[in-house]
Design a protein around this ligand. Structure first.
Ligand code: BES
Ligand code: ZN
Ligand code: ZN
Length: 470
């Protein structure tokens, strides 16, 4: 499907269908009011009505904000895809909502068909977005930028949706190498012997029972005179069975998505390099598979992490933090960054706290957290902060090691996980770091907003908004 932005009046463009977005107020004045009334169309947000005889698709919206346009566009494109038209035209509602329109179309039309033996052919080939804006160059720039971000989000979704038999740590590393080649990024992959040299016992323990070698992926985008240097760290559990603290059968399904943090940071560096932002970006992914076996790490083990902090393992299903502890430590020693952000499907507790649509943001810097609340709003992704406190921190005490990998009480589990990670952030970086728990927001089994079944690409859109604001 090809989307084009044209500097023309909508009436000057030939296409099979015209799309109209209408609020309830506008519906009352619409020339097709009578027939729309008969069809029971009330212009409610996300409702659609196809007037086939007139070749018009009418879509209801509550307002002309990016959020409402994005979600209405996603519904619009799903309706169009089911019909047999080859082209459609849409006049932009406002210059401010172009981003929502593009994202709704690209992300709402997304399908992952890798494992389907028969794919339904879609007739729709061309979408024309029209505007006769006086400043068409700026509009076109925004359009191209929204397309890059939406496509990078789909790239992230594709990796998340790939099954664990196809996407394991070595194939994850291969995929990163391919991205590096295509987007002219630097790439370094550390295998198990290098991880041993780095003394990353915590990360290595998690992957020990897997038949696949663990990998640490480091990609770098280095423009000439960068304004800032950013490190993005991702949890890349290509499968999380829970390990010996095995997950119940029903909770294990969907755990291919436990690599979503790693997939998100790859999507981010892809977008940054295609947007040619003048920010140096480093991506670090801990690609590991958490399995069971004779050599699996065990509850009761004590691991010596890369930073020297000893960790008592009380639950092998709290593995993401063990991987991140070492990858964060490596990232901080390898790159002196202005900011360090990690992305992880870290806790079920984050979903309990915020619901399954919202990313949890944690860290020590009020200013940084505030910046991301703003970036979230602008991007249309839902983000909310979860506060650290000293009482929850005490729950991570271990009687036999420096720290336990699980808190002694379950309440506030997303926060205690975030505070566990904080133990591996060096003092000079405390205010430069944020942790994003995307356990709920990274994957969905029912469509919402512009998300369809599977990976959502959570994090990519708001991170690009943040990086552009620097
Ligand atoms: N990958 C899971 C977290 C998760 C759960 C992500 C559901 C997405 C959906 C993580 O490794 C995990 O299992 N965490 C445990 C931690 C607990 C043992 C302290 C959890 O959330 O139950
Ligand atoms: Zn787990
Ligand atoms: Zn996990």
């Amino acid at each position: 499907m090809n989307i084009k932005l044209l500097n023309k009046n909508i009436s000057d463009i030939k296409s099979d269908v015209t799309v109209e977005f209408l609020t309830t107020n506008e519906l009352a004045k619409n020339s097709n009011l009578e027939i729309l009334n008969l069809a029971g169309f009330k212009a409610e947000q996300d409702s659609v009505c196809f007037l086939h005889e007139k070749a018009i698709l009418v879509c209801g919206i509550d307002s002309k904000t990016n959020d409402d346009i994005r979600s209405a566009s996603a519904n619009m494109i799903k309706t169009l895809k089911k019909a047999n038209y080859t082209s459609a035209k849409i006049s932009i509602i406002s210059e401010d909502s172009l981003q929502g329109l593009v994202e709704g179309i690209v992300l709402g039309a997304y399908e992952y068909n890798e494992y389907k033996s028969q794919i339904k052919e879609i007739s729709l080939k061309k979408i024309f977005i029209t505007s006769n804006s006086l400043d068409f160059d700026t509009l076109e720039e925004n359009f191209n930028s929204a397309l890059i971000v939406a496509n990078a989000t789909c790239f992230t979704r594709d990796i998340v949706n790939t099954t664990p038999q196809d996407l394991n740590p070595p194939s994850f590393a291969k995929l990163a190498l391919k991205l590096a080649y295509e987007n002219s990024l630097d790439c370094k992959i550390l295998g198990e012997s290098e991880l041993e040299n780095e003394k990353m016992e915590s990360m290595l323990a998690v992957g020990r029972a897997s038949i696949h070698d663990s990998k640490l992926i480091h990609l770098a985008y280095r423009p000439k005179n960068p304004k800032k240097i950013i490190s993005l760290v991702g949890k890349g559990l290509t499968y999380d069975s829970g390990g010996l603290s095995l997950k119940p059968a029903t909770s294990m399904v969907t755990m291919k998505m436990d690599k979503a943090g790693g997939c998100a940071v790859l999507g981010m560096i892809k977008a940054v390099s295609e947007l040619k932002l003048d920010i140096e970006v480093h991506v670090f992914v801990g690609a590991v598979e958490n399995m069971i076996g004779g050599d699996a790490y065990k509850p009761d083990d004590v691991l010596v992490s890369r930073s020297g902090t000893t960790i008592e393992v009380r639950n092998t299903d709290a593995e993401g933090r063990l991987v991140l502890a070492d990858v964060l430590s490596y990232a901080q020693d390898t790159v002196k960054a202005d900011y360090i952000f990690d992305f992880a499907t870290l806790t079920g507790a984050c979903m309990v706290a915020l619901g399954s649509y919202t990313t949890g943001v944690m860290g020590n810097s009020k200013i940084l957290k505030h910046d991301f609340l703003k970036a979230g709003k602008k991007s249309g992704e839902l983000v909310a902060t979860l506060p650290f406190n000293k009482h929850l921190k005490k729950l991570l005490k271990s009687e036999i090691a420096d720290i336990s990998n699980v808190a002694s009480k379950p309440y506030g589990g997303a926060i205690t996980a975030g505070m566990f990670l904080d133990n591996f952030i060096e003092d000079e970086n405390k205010d430069k770091w944020l942790h994003f728990d995307i356990a709920g927001s990274a994957y969905t089994e029912s469509p919402w907003d512009c998300n369809v079944h599977g990976g959502t690409g959570a994090g990519v859109r708001f991170m690009i908004h943040y990086l552009k604001s620097l």
